[in-house]
Design a protein around this ligand. Structure first.
Ligand SMILES: [Zn+2]
Length: 66
């Protein structure tokens, strides 16, 4: 069994652990179609476009019974 050569100080241990569990700000980019800020590589929530095409229809057509 290999063992650590030197004791890791409380400071160094805590510095290493401090970089974990950080909450990163979500990446957002302007939509290529409508310009609204949205998550990249996802269908735009504002206009429903992705890769220059309308993927999700937005508007009253969404409100259908059944
Ligand atoms: Zn959009």
């Amino acid at each position: 069994m290999s063992l650590p050569k030197r004791r890791v100080t409380r400071s160094k241990r805590n510095m290493r652990r401090a970089n974990h569990d950080k909450v990163a700000a979500p990446t957002i980019v302007p939509c290529g179609n409508c310009g609204a800020m949205s998550v990249p590589h996802r269908v735009c929530k504002a206009c429903g476009h992705y890769d220059g095409k309308e993927i999700v229809k937005k508007g009253d057509s969404e409100k259908q019974a059944g």
